[in-house]
Design a protein around this ligand. Sequence first.
Ligand code: B4P
Length: 184
Amino acid sequence: MTRLIFLGPPGAGKGTQAQTLAKKLNIPHISTGDILRQAMKEQTPLGIKAQSYVDGGELVPDQLVQEMVQERLEQPDIKSGWILDGFPRKVTQAVFLQELLEKMHQHGERVVNLDAPDEVVVARLLGRGRKDDTEEVIRRRLEVYRAETAPLIDYYHDRQKLLTINGNQSQEEVTADLQKIIAS
Ligand code: B4P
């Protein structure tokens, strides 16, 4: 049973790899960024509340994201495994997730830390050009990553759940490393 969390700075390849792997393993890819972007596009109450945070490169408040993730993890398709991409992004979210997974008997997850240097991720994101991919917003997302998300590396390392992969390789090389590490 594959239950994976993807961690890493913006642009490290979380979304890219999570999507590829989920397809290969035929399990759901749950991306909080994608769910938020869809909600913003449809102008749902969640999307309206989230918009200014995402546009500014800030994290959306925990309660909104946590409710969204809980709702998604309560769908029947997660029984065969899942990949969480972009959640948790803070220690408070990680604690919430751990309690939720234990309650749902869905624990045993592993955490993939996908890393790449700042210059590489900035160049990738500028090349993609999403609305929140301007240089100023990318710099803010990196600051938020270092302050809020990077502490999760120690958090999961201490719990013996952490696997680290070099994201500064071609997409195919990263996928190959991922498949090796998951199989081991
Ligand atoms: P996300 O959608 O999660 O965006 P991201 O961190 O920028 O990474 P993404 O997964 O999209 O990019 P990837 O590295 O795959 O979050 C967006 C916003 O939503 C956040 O800023 C926040 O506001 C909000 N949010 C989401 N989750 C939240 C949470 N839990 N709590 C609070 N707020 C939350 O790819 C980037 C680019 O690199 C692509 O163009 C790709 O093609 C390219 N690329 C990937 N791998 C490559 C490789 N190996 N070589 C070359 N290019 C590569």
